[in-house]
Design a protein around this ligand. Sequence first.
Ligand code: URA
Length: 238
Amino acid sequence: MKGIRLDKYLAQAGLGSRTQVKELLKKGKVTVNGQEVRRPEEKVIPGEDTVCCGEETVGHQEHRYYLLNKPAGLVSATEDSRERTVLELFPQGLRRGIFPVGRLDKDTVGLLLLTDDGELAHRLLSPRKHVEKVYEALVDGQMNQEDQRAFAQGLDIGDDTPTRPARLELCQVGEQSLVRITLTEGRYHQVKRMCQTVGKPVIKLKRLSMGSLKLDDSLREGEYRPLTEEEIGRLKEC
Ligand code: URA
């Protein structure tokens, strides 16, 4: 069976642009079947050879997947005539073909998946799949059990149909409240509109998870990393 170049294999797995993965190779970080390999043109056979970068096994991926901790101030788009986009956080060499899976508002922070895998994106966003999305919100006002019941029943937020049942967890209650909200749909400004409907406008909003994919503490706002093989595998099970 014919192999593919090691630098291409590593770049396809999301480890960086061709230039960046050549740097990894130069630094001696990559092994193939336990042997350190520094030559980018070395051929590997996907599914047969075991490629590792440091401690991590690097599986062969046809597509690229990145977890971004989105900062405020950028729009979730690939291009925009006026605003800065999340793509600008990625070096030029990595931008080609990737797009954000769904949207977060410009002032929302947290988990955003970027990929060039249109099929997975389509499934994650499909209204029929009811993929869970968890948000942490700081709201103005005391969230209470009545709000929990209203979220659980579904709210009229001015659309044709009420929202699907959502979970509202009260983390800290006071003049301002910190809550966790789990949605299984993704309407425009949904969290903000739901909180506004119960009279407690959102002050800050952060997405913590989407399906099986969770934001981790390793990423500060504005930072991204490739998904691990395990994370990709679990997402594809959705
Ligand atoms: N709901 C909102 O209101 N805004 C977001 O960015 C995401 C969900």
